[in-house]
Structure formats: C-alpha cells, structure tokens
Design a protein around this ligand. Structure first.
Ligand SMILES: Nc1ncnc2c1ncn2[C@@H]1O[C@H](COP(=O)(O)OP(=O)(O)OP(=O)(O)O)[C@@H](O)[C@H]1O
Length: 424
C-alpha cells in the first residue's frame, strides 16, 4: 500500500482509516469520561459534564451556604472568626503577598457515594491563610475531615471544588513545583522495613536535591534532632524500630531538606511522654522559619506547639484563633467538680444551685458531678466556704475548681456543632 492507493475506491483503505480515526476520537472521550468518574479521590458525578450548563451562583464568600447531602439539607453559617478568615483569604487573593505560605480558597472534598449511599462531604469549603513561621493546629473529632484536607494539600487527592496556593503555587496545577518545598509526616508511618533510619533520610534528602557533604550533614543533624543517632540506632533497619522510633523517623523525614511548608498528621501518636517532649522541641525549633499544619487529638500538644488553632467538625471550621483567645471566647466558666457517695448527689446539686442559680450540670457519673459556674459571679472564697460546710454534713471524697481548659472548649464546640447538624 502507498499513500497514492488511498484514492483507489476499490481497496476501501480510505474508509478504514476514516473509521479508525473517528473511533479513536470517540474512545478518547469515553476513556476521559471513565477516568473522571471512577478515578479514586477525584471521582465526579456521572453527569459532571452537564455542570457547565448550570447557572453559576455569585460568590459565596462570607454568606451562609446551602448544601445537600443525600436527602439531608444543611445550612452552613460561618461563625464570626471563621468568616473573618474567609474575608482575609479573599483579600489576600486580590492582593497577593509573599508572606503567606498557604492560602486555602473555599476548598471542598466530596467522596462519591457507593452502593446507594449518599455522597460524603468530607471538607465543606475551607478558607484559611497561613503566614510563614506559623504553626496551625487542626483539632477535630474522628472523621471530621482533617486527613482528607491534608491529602488534598499534599496532592494525594484532588479537591472537588476550590483550591489552595502553597507559596503562590496552585495545588491543582503546580503540584510538582510544590513537592520541592514540602515535607509530610503522614498519619501512618510509610517506611521501608529493610532500610535503616539513615538510609531513609539519605533517600529523602536526595529527593530534596541535597548532595555531598550538605546531605551528610543534614542527615546527621536530623538523626540527632529526633534522638536516633547514638547507640547505632541510625544503622538499624526501620523494621526493627519501636513504634515511637518509627514516628520520630517520620517526623525527621518531613523536615529534611529545609521544606518551607510541612504537614504533620498526628505526629506524636504512640510516643511515650519523654519522646513526645523531645519531638515537641524538634517541632518548636522547626516552626521558626516555616509554616506547619499539624493535626492532633492532644490538646496539650496543640497548646504547646500551635500559634493558632482551628476546630474542625464534620468538614467545616467551627472556630479559629490562638489557644488563649479560644479559651476566653468559649470558656467564660469555671468547672466545679465534686465526688461524694451516690446518696449525697442531690445535696451537692442543691448546694451548687443555692450558691449559683445559673450553674449548669455538665457531667454526672456514680457520685462525681461537674458543674459549669459563670465566671463573673464566682467568688473563690465562697466556693471554699460552701465546700467546708458540705464536708461537715457528708463525706466529700474529692473536689476541685478549674478554669476552662482547651479540652472543655473542644468538647463544647464539637458538641454544639453536632447538635446543630442533628437539628438541621
Ligand atoms: N476514600 C474515601 N471514600 C469515601 N469516604 C471517605 C474516604 N476517605 C475518608 N472518607 C470519609 O470522610 C470523612 C472524613 O475522613 P478523614 O479521614 O478525613 O477524617 P479525620 O478527621 O482525619 O479522622 P481521624 O481523626 O480519625 O483521622 C469520614 O467520614 C470518612 O469516613
């Protein structure tokens, strides 16, 4: 066959080539469609191509947003601090500055429902701006969407809507550029059992473009900083490390190569108190000149390490601020606890009600009761006097008066958000 034979109507080659070309175009579209609908993480609705024809709503910044999950409709009302953060993001997007390490712009993640289940809205429009040198703590109950958020930021999954900018680069289009300045400590250690701690760091150091003596020095400093240098542990296979040692190695990996932005997903899980303190010192030192996003279930860790905190419940930020601000905003109460025998519970309740009629019982289990007392009314001396009188009338095994802790704030915010979710 020669090109000239295509004009010969008797061999039919021209028609065959046209059919192949048309088939190729159709199959290309079909493959693209299957990829969009079935790809893990970025899976879209089977009718995603119709979205372009739908009328787009005007900007949703700062306004309550209405959404639908399965047959359930939810109304998302931003709290004042959260809408302020949104406005800040909006402003920063209009006038970008180099000072911001991370800007999340209405980031959303929806996992398509399978087997008749409704879609899962894991992240419902997160707006957040993080300057260089800030450690931001993300707190939230299990399943709140923290890992889904981090997975989008590190390029493991694609956002369903919205986007984020890391050092000015868009996570949807410039992930390769972002990888060079990013460190990650995942929730579950991703280590090679047969490689030593030192080999892991050499490998990741090379990925970050470190070479020669700079690489050797960075690896050594890194091993020392997480206490994996002495006693030959650096040359032991990671498979033989304890859980705590693996965790410390994961943190060291996330920090090697001087990344500008680091994500740490529950970094101190499974560490004993001494190793945890050591790890906190590493993070405190590291956060001086880089932005860190850290998820944790430990309120103590959040208070020690984070400059600002966000409490994340059911895919949305419920509040944002530094730990002191949050305690002042959501606290406003002292917590009075008293333990007696069960038959004197009523006496304790009567005593508290008489002292502070606005007191609220928040916890009660076999003789131990907790009350929230309005801070502005409480006089500590009168509480002491009332307890002394009570002790003369019945046996008090233990009692205490405490200021609001971050844990109280967390429980309150999570409970209120879940109650609101149930109501709507
Ligand atoms: N690939 C997936 N497909 C469908 N649903 C998912 C997927 N990954 C997570 N989810 C759901 O999304 C929600 C958020 O999960 P995510 O793991 O992000 O929460 P989390 O806050 O990190 O929880 P934890 O503190 O337990 O790690 C959960 O309800 C989870 O079941």
């Amino acid at each position: 066959m020669r090109w000239g034979d295509l004009n010969n109507s008797t061999n039919g080659m021209k028609e065959v080539l046209i059919i192949m070309f048309v088939e190729w175009i159709l199959v290309l579209f079909f493959a693209y469609y299957l990829d969009q609908v079935f790809t893990s993480g970025s899976g879209k609705s089977p009718f995603f191509f119709l979205k372009g024809f739908q009328k787009k709503p005007l900007s949703s910044f700062g306004k309550p947003s209405l959404g639908k999950q399965g047959s359930k409709v939810f109304i998302q009302m931003d709290k004042h601090d959260v809408s302020q953060e949104r406005e800040k993001v909006e402003q920063l997007l209009l006038e970008p500055t180099i000072n911001q390490a991370i800007i999340c712009d209405n980031l959303k993640k929806v996992y398509p429902g399978r087997d008749g289940n409704p879609d899962k809205l894991a992240v419902r429009g997160l707006s957040l701006a993080l300057p260089n040198g800030e450690c931001f703590g993300m707190l939230g109950p299990n399943g709140a969407g923290k890992t889904s958020f981090i997975n989008m930021m590190i390029g493991l999954t694609k956002p369903t809507a919205g986007t984020a900018f890391v050092q000015g680069l868009d996570i949807r289009t410039h992930m390769n550029g972002i990888y060079t300045s990013m460190g990650v400590c995942p929730q579950h250690d991703l280590l090679w059992e047969t490689l030593t701690g030192r080999e892991h760091l050499l490998f990741y150091g090379r990925l970050k473009n470190l070479k020669g003596s700079a690489l050797t020095q960075a690896v050594e400093e890194s091993l020392k900083s997480v206490n994996l240098f002495h006693g030959g542990v650096d040359d032991k296979q990671a498979g033989k490390y304890s859980g705590g040692m693996k965790r410390r190695l994961s943190v060291a990996i996330s920090l090697i190569g001087d990344p500008r932005v680091v994500y740490m997903d529950e970094p101190s899980t499974g560490l004993d108190p001494a190793s945890r303190n050591n790890l906190w010192n590493v993070v405190k030192h590291a956060k001086r000149d880089r932005a860190i996003i850290l998820t944790t279930h430990s309120m103590e860790e959040a208070e020690v390490l984070c400059d600002r905190l966000g409490i994340f419940v059911d895919g949305s930020l419920q509040c944002i601020g530094n730990p002191k601000e949050l305690k002042a905003r959501y606290g406003g109460t002292y917590v009075f606890t008293m333990t007696t025998t069960m038959d004197h519970e009523k006496d304790v309740e009567a005593m508290v009600q008489q002292l502070y009629p606005a007191a609220k019982k928040v916890y009660h289990i076999s003789g131990t009761q907790k009350f929230e007392l309005p801070k502005e009314e409480v006089q500590i001396a009168s509480v002491f006097r009332a307890v002394e009188t009570a002790k003369r009338n019945f046996t008090v095994s233990a009692w205490g008066l405490a200021d609001t802790t971050l844990e109280d704030v967390f429980i309150k915010v999570a409970r209120d958000a879940q109650a609101f979710e149930t109501l709507s």
